[in-house]
Design a protein around this ligand. Structure first.
Ligand code: 9MR
Length: 511
């Protein structure tokens, strides 16, 4: 048996303390920080500065419970990465489909987030029928598209990227079916149509490589100045900010933002990420961290900079590797949803702590168990587990795992695992069965439980997590000799259940 490396003294948990704790963790998991013991989410920190902090997302990502938990808790604004684009919303002329965009706006409503609409008029992800139209029909098609989509999302989308990426790198207008048909007037026409459809939405022109001063941002500046002079409805400019460590930080970003603000426009950082040639190393990561911090500082220094949106928050769902082979690691969180140094840098730039949970003591966790299963010889194992924070500081749950060992007997070697109920929400709990690397009698497999995020306040408990597992062939177990099994039907400290924080054993005795 491996001995416990760090086992904290426990304290008696009376019923009132458990109830308070359950409420505390439930609150944290639905609306609180996704990482460690940091005070406040990125969005809460930004909101304290009069800004929002958001993330792009995309429909295929939302069923990923761990991803969605952090998306819903850490960010106060979301942008659909693809599902409001023309090829999705009007693939056939006159046939509109807002199903996918509605999934994103539903998520936002459920999580109290605002939505940036992206995008109404763009040369890319444009269905073929638009490019095939006779020039004389393009304006009507564009206006109709804008009218239908902006009307559908009226009151739901708070800001629109009405026109996306209108410029070439040298500041000339990009050729597109719209430019070919209408010249640069298409931009004013698009803005007017969007304003007519939704007078309350903030209307933006959005582009990349316009974060710093240069030919492209000069062209954007000239365009928006002209639009303002003509009384065209325009509220802001979106600076995408797809940065790369090898290309340097945008030249005079803060001053560039300020000159647009001085025209009376809002400025938004709309698609921030900072890619690097892979593999990542300390120097590249340090540069990336600095860039994220500098963008945040630039936005905070410009009163009209309304907020920052990252172009998804995790490397798992980044567009970068698919577009720039050999590059990546561009986002605030890694592929295991662990916040990177850039995340800490953004937090501190926003006036918060670094989110590292310094002072938290994961060693203060203990496991409690009860058997919810009267039958030790049937085809299911039903452990009830709960964690208690016996220490004086909050503990992040995102890197905590719990193991319950059992013997598989004969039968299938594949399992189904279930979370039946917990006050913290089963969507916040992960579970799987794994084979023990060193099988022992009564312990050749274990059920491993993890958490999508959240923090456990001092004295708090997760509340019971009702778990269940079976072999996929539904053959029987004999639980009576299982290492972690006990007969008690009310929760009690369980030293044969192990708790790990950051991979380190912090409670219990391994078999
Ligand atoms: O993130 C989007 C990716 O999933 C699409 O494949 C890609 C196709 O054009 O568009 C990506 O989003 C882009 C955004 O709409 C506009 N600015 C650049 C973004 C990254 O390419």
């Amino acid at each position: 048996m491996a001995l416990v490396k760090r086992c904290r003294p426990t304290r008696a948990g009376g019923l009132p303390a458990l109830l308070v704790g359950a409420l505390a963790v439930a609150t944290t998991l639905t609306g609180g920080p996704a990482h460690a013991a940091g005070q406040g989410t990125l969005h809460e920190l930004a909101a304290a500065q009069g800004r929002y902090f958001g993330s792009a997302t995309d429909n295929p990502e939302l069923p990923d419970a761990a991803y969605a938990a952090t998306l819903g808790s850490e960010f106060g604004q979301i942008t659909p990465g693809n599902s409001m684009k023309w090829d999705t919303t009007e693939p056939v002329r006159g046939q509109f489909d807002f199903t996918k965009g509605d999934v994103v706006t539903d998520f936002a409503r459920q999580h109290g987030q605002t939505v940036r609409g992206h995008t109404l008029v763009w040369h890319n992800q444009l269905p073929g029928w638009v490019g095939a139209l006779p020039s004389a029909q393009v304006e009507a098609a564009m206006t109709h598209h804008i009218t239908e989509e902006a009307t559908h999302y009226r009151g739901v989308v708070s800001a629109w990227d009405v026109v996306n990426e209108p410029f070439n790198e040298d500041g000339t207008f990009r050729t597109s079916p719209f430019y070919t048909a209408m010249g640069s007037d298409y931009i004013a026409t698009a803005l007017r149509a969007a304003h007519a459809a939704d007078p309350d939405a903030k209307l933006y022109i959005n582009d990349y490589n316009v974060e710093g001063r240069g030919a492209k941002s000069d062209a954007l500046y000239a365009l928006v100045s002209d639009l303002i002079d003509k009384g065209v409805p325009l509220d802001g400019v979106g600076m995408q900010a797809h940065l790369a460590v090898q290309y340097g930080f945008p030249y005079q970003m803060q001053a560039n933002m300020q000159r647009f603000a001085d025209l009376g426009l809002d400025v938004a950082v709309t698609e921030l990420d900072v890619r690097m040639p892979l593999p990542a190393d300390a120097a590249k990561t340090a540069t990336q961290t600095a860039y994220y911090r500098q963008v945040t500082e630039a936005c905070l220094a410009v009163a009209r900079c309304v907020g920052i949106t990252v172009w998804d928050y995790t490397d798992t769902y980044s567009w970068v590797p698919g577009t720039f082979p050999g590059e990546g690691a561009a986002n605030l969180y890694d592929e295991n949803l662990r916040p990177k140094a850039a995340y800490s840098a953004v937090r501190t730039a926003l006036g918060g702590d670094d989110g590292s949970g310094e002072g938290g003591d994961p060693g203060a966790l203990k496991a409690q168990y009860r058997s919810s299963d009267a039958s030790v010889g049937d085809n299911q194992i039903k452990p009830g587990l709960q964690l208690v924070n016996t220490g004086g500081t909050a503990v992040s749950l995102s890197d905590v795992t719990v193991r319950y060992w059992f013997s598989s007997e004969n039968g299938a070697s594949t399992y189904s695992t279930w979370c039946d109920w917990t006050p913290i929400g089963c969507s916040n709990v992960t579970h799987r069965v794994a084979a023990a690397s060193t099988p022992k009698a009564g312990a050749d497999h274990y059920l491993e439980v993890g958490f999508a995020g959240g923090t456990l306040a001092p004295g708090a408990t997760t509340g019971e997590i009702q778990l269940r597992l079976n072999k996929t062939d539904w053959s029987n177990f004999n639980e009576s000799d299982d290492y972690s099994h006990g007969a008690g039907t009310s929760y009690a400290d369980a030293s044969r259940i192990a708790v790990y924080a950051g991979g380190e054993l912090v409670w219990g005795i391994e078999p």
